[in-house]
Design a protein around this ligand. Structure first.
Ligand code: ATP
Length: 593
């Protein structure tokens, strides 16, 4: 029920701008329904007229006066009503198709825009495949339901109202007889639909999990091949796939079983109407023609009466998917946006210092990761963060860029809390070279000027030169215009890393964060990256996370983190002299290098 309410609010939000097309569709659906429910009365009249004609014609005394004109007119009206039904339905369908196309278009762009405003936390806590499914299969389910089910749904409701009016108008007794099997039908529908709802919901969750698995396996394909785990990968896929197959089958069985069950109920209902109608008509004072017409009309109504119920229940699977889809999409839509200060203070440089003061932070409530970290960095200094895996190095970086905000303590630049700065300007002031560089579809030049699309070629080339990647780019047949795309993975990890350094250099950030930028590359590339990093660090305040200590020997300060606490800090020489954790780590690394 909560889901239905939520879906109602969701669809209302997106469909309410289309009030007029809806109004006209409703009018046309009303006309179409009126035509459908009135038409049987004309069929009844035609039969009555025909019977009167046959009776008059078979009697020699009245044969001369027998005429088929009224019968023909009645039949003509009957046909016109069905024409009215078809044409108004056609225009309503066209209007609703437009509403569907526009409203789902708005949903897609709304969801995409939302992604750009959301906290990084959401992406950290959800599998990529699951997020992707909300943009693909969930939105597709919503589109399909709006496209196919909306008109049928509205039509079924209108038909039901129309038929009830017509039946009660014709004969209250026969109307009740026609409706007599309804409670049983509704009970069957409710039981089956409850089962189907559970199965459909489970099916969506299982599809999300399958997508997550596929995404993980595609991204990690090389690791799988290297470890010879292809067989296990397929086994794992099979498990997820089997689950989807099982729940999809259950969902389809439960959703599909309803229509035949209700069709059976409809036949039973028709038989009851014929029996009761004939008995009532023949035991009354009606003429044979009128009695026959009455039965024919109600047999027609009995079939029409069940049609909306069958339609609504056959749409149930689709509607259920759309309700689940709306819930899942709305979950993303209602995520809190990043907190941006109103009238944030401008920032484009660092005058004096950056101070991390007694910072405590937890990703999840009750599980503190940083326990009172304090680091003071003067303008232009380079600070290196080292420490065992999971000690909190990346977490410190996440706070500097406001991917997350501190629980307590503060991070300030020249005495102003990061949370008070204009967020866009802050992000522009802080440049990050991530561990796993990401290139986007476009040319190499586009990728380098990613942070400043207006930058001219001279700035692009200058940044590439500083990043030691210019010569490589020039050696490519298409140089800076070489296409980069997901399908065309033609660059090495080191080349990607250098391009991403060039991208950072181009935006000229005042505070630089380099996250393990030298992992996974050969020694020649490592030297190039090191030189590029030295270039980019020049004149900038910088934080460097490096597992290879020889890349940070020149750091002004090395901060050693362990379990979210600073255990040592100082220059390389000072730390060696302390003979502590760092000195041990350094000695161990020197043995291997
Ligand atoms: N998004 C997250 N949600 C919950 N916990 C997280 C999240 N990211 C990191 N952690 C936890 O925070 C702790 C510190 O992680 P962090 O990535 O900062 O370590 P690190 O020192 O950078 O490690 P590494 O050298 O392996 O990159 C770890 O225990 C990790 O499990």
């Amino acid at each position: 029920m909560k889901d239905i309410k939520l879906a109602g609010r969701y669809y209302w939000h997106y469909l309410k701008p289309y009030g007029w097309p809806f109004f006209w569709s409703a009018v046309l659906i009303g006309i179409s329904t009126a035509c459908v429910v009135i038409a049987p009365t004309y069929l009844g009249r035609a039969i009555s007229e025909l019977t009167t004609y046959v009776q008059a014609w078979t009697n020699p005394a009245t044969r001369a006066g027998a005429s088929l004109t009224t019968f023909h007119h009645t039949l003509l009206f009957y046909v016109l009503f069905y024409f009215g039904d078809a044409s108004s339905l056609l225009i309503a369908s066209w209007l609703l198709a437009k509403v569907t196309a526009y409203s789902t278009g708005t949903m897609r762009i709304g969801l995409f825009r939302k992604m750009q405003r959301m906290k990084v936390e959401y992406f950290d806590q959800h599998a990529d495949g699951d997020i992707l499914a909300r943009y693909t299969s969930d939105l597709d389910n919503i589109f399909n339901a709006l496209n196919q089910a909306l008109i049928d749904f509205l039509l079924a409701i209108a038909q039901m109202i129309g038929i009830l009016i017509m039946m009660f108008n014709q004969s209250t007794t026969m109307a009740w007889v026609t409706m007599s099997t309804t409670p049983v039908a509704l009970l069957i529908a409710a039981l089956v639909m409850k089962k189907a709802a559970v199965a459909v919901d489970q099916q969506q969750t299982d599809i999300g999990a399958l997508n997550g698995y596929i995404n993980e396996q595609v991204t990690g394909q090389k690791v799988i091949i290297t470890n010879g785990l292809q067989h296990d990968s397929v086994e794992g896929f099979n498990t997820y796939n089997q689950r989807v197959r099982k729940t999809a089958t259950q969902g389809q069985i439960w959703s599909g079983i309803l229509s035949p069950l209700l069709s059976g109920m409809s036949l039973l209902n028709t038989a009851i109407v014929i029996f009761a109608g004939s008995w009532l008509a023949l035991s009354g004072s009606l003429s044979t023609g009128a009695a026959l017409a009455w039965v024919v009309v109600f047999v027609n109504y009995a079939q029409q009466y069940y049609q909306p119920i069958i339609t609504l229940t056959s749409l149930y699977g689709m509607i259920q998917l759309a309700i689940t889809g709306a819930r899942r999409v709305d979950e993303v839509r209602s995520q809190p946006d990043e907190v941006r200060p109103v009238n944030g203070q401008p920032i484009d440089h660092i005058d004096r210092a950056l101070k991390i003061d007694d910072v405590r932070f937890s990703y999840l409530p009750g599980k503190e990761i940083l326990h009172g970290v304090t680091i003071d960095v003067k303008k232009g200094q380079m600070v290196a963060l080292v420490g065992p895996t999971g000690s909190g190095k990346t977490t410190v970086m996440n706070l500097l860029n406001r991917f997350y905000d501190v629980d307590s303590g503060s991070i300030t630049i020249d005495g102003t809390d990061l949370r008070e700065f204009d967020l866009a300007q802050l992000r522009h002031t802080v440049g990050i070279v991530l561990q796993d560089p990401q290139l986007f579809t476009g040319t190499i030049a586009d990728n380098i000027r990613f942070g400043d699309p207006e930058a001219g070629m001279d700035r692009v080339i200058d940044a590439a030169k500083q990043a030691n990647i210019h010569d490589f780019i020039e050696s490519l047949p298409e140089g800076y215009e070489t296409k980069v795309s997901d399908e065309q993975n033609i660059f090495s990890a080191g080349q990607k890393q250098l391009m991403s350094i060039a991208r950072t250099i181009l935006t000229d950030p005042r505070l630089l964060i380099l996250d393990e930028a030298t992992s996974n590359v050969d020694t020649v590339t490592e030297a190039k990256i090191q030189a590029a990093m030295d270039n980019v660090i020049q004149g900038r305040t910088s934080f460097v996370i490096a597992h290879r200590l020889k890349t940070i020997l020149n750091a002004d300060r090395i901060v050693v983190l362990q379990h979210g606490r600073i255990i040592e800090q100082g220059s390389h020489q000072e730390l060696l002299a302390q003979h502590g954790f760092y000195a041990e780590l350094y000695r161990n690394q020197m043995v291997f290098e």
